[in-house]
Design a protein around this ligand. Sequence first.
Ligand code: FAD
Length: 506
Amino acid sequence: MFPLTSSYNFIKRSVVGQCAFQKTKFFIQHFKFQQSTFSSTNRGNFKTATSKDVDFFLSLLGKSRTIQDVDELKVHNTDWLKSHQGKSPLVLRPKTTEEISEILQYCNKEKLAVCPQGGNTGLVGGSIPIYDEIVLSMNLMNEILHFDENTGVLQCQSGCILESLESYANEKNFTVPVDLGAKGSCQIGGNLSTNAGGLRFVKYGSLHGNVLGLKAVCANGEILDCMNTMRKNNTGYDLKHMFIGSEGTLGIITEAAILCYPKSSQTAVAFLGCNTFEQVLKTAQIVRRQLPELLSSLEMLDNEAADTLRDNLKLTVPISKHPFYVLVEISGSDSEYNEKKLNECLNLLMEENHISDGTIATDSTRMKALWSVRERITEALLHEGCGYKYDISLPLKHFYNLVKVMRRRLGTKVTRCVGYGHLGDGNVHFNATTKEFDLEVLNLIEPFIYEWTVQRKGSISAEHGIGYKKTKYLCLNQTDAAIGLMKSLKRLMDPNGILNPYKVLP
Ligand SMILES: Cc1cc2nc3c(=O)[nH]c(=O)nc-3n(C[C@H](O)[C@H](O)[C@H](O)COP(=O)(O)OP(=O)(O)OC[C@H]3O[C@@H](n4cnc5c(N)ncnc54)[C@H](O)[C@@H]3O)c2cc1C
């Protein structure tokens, strides 16, 4: 038995038992911009904002919310990965749905393109202007509107930071159904617009299922009130789903009603070491079977990811070196029951020789420390120079083969080939790095990685979206008929194409 009362390390000492692609020029270059090689798209036929347009926004929002300061503009023109710098001359900061309505009405009439921006933590170039689109920053739309303690339904403006919503819900003994490494900066509106997956997907499922209603502003300024707080509401087409995952191309989400869940009072995190990926799969299978009512997260990282954390952030894994690490989080209401179930599960994993080292944490500081190993990989990779970042869904039997195949393919041309991700829902993040951008490496990765994925019935974008970076590959996962319908929908809802142009659709 492994006592669960506090953090406890255990070590197993004995074994018991169809498209034509142009190579994309969009790449990730950290700390240095290579703008000239960024874009292969021509600027759309939009108007360039004039002083008359600026005067209109000044009269609507005032000086403090009509940003033209060069330093501030730079922040909003640059994505989290520092892979692109747009040229927007103007950032608008509305506070209400009605202000957004007036802004879009004006932009639509004047054919001014708009880039909606939440916390700007997106990883596919969706949240930054490609040319001179006006940035519509949601930063000031950050009010919590209502919380129903009977149902757990939280209504808020879309610019609320995810972590603030979680803290608010926690005070009421509830938890929000989405959690991700960028929680301190990303906004619920951005989460909805990307249909973010994250670390609790295995327990609570997709945001499509956890958002009961929302308010959005259409391209022509019309306010579409799809707010609803009922769990059940089968009245015609469920229009809110058009805005979830459409990355700001169909409308601006301004308010949402999120279903929160009672917060589990007892949580434990186990960090386990496996020697082979087959053991990882077996561990995942047993954890799912043994802890079905408790499992709240099931994540993995490989040793190369651990090395990147150690080298770049001085963050070490809490157990002995292994080729693979699995992080299991359980949450429930009874610590004795949790302890019993987790111990039984870990005993079984040890006895059957699927894990050979591990540590358990039940106090919040230790649990946070274990989580930071998984959550800070993206940040650690930033320090490597140039990164090539992929977010792939695969059937579990192929999950890590992707990394192995890419490692063989790229050989010594790259400095790192890292695999980590959401094991519980088949979402692997493959990352390669080089010191400087290398077109040969990019051409070795794309479109190969996408074709390989699709041949195995996977998805080329599991949770980050299509954004600007992957538009030309959309056809690999979607049929011509589906893309045709998406384009018709876009034309219908945004005939002038002003909302987040160059994103999602090829
Ligand atoms: C360290 C790190 C970890 C991450 N982990 C995960 C993860 O586990 N799972 C995951 O899914 N993603 C993850 N991401 C990616 C990113 O955090 C998510 O995509 C997140 O949902 C983006 O939210 P945001 O507020 O930053 O949106 P932004 O990046 O600002 O925007 C994302 C897209 O949504 C649009 N948008 C933003 N707000 C609105 C709005 N109110 N109305 C309409 N459109 C809008 C933008 O135009 C853009 O197309 C991670 C990123 C980082 C940096």
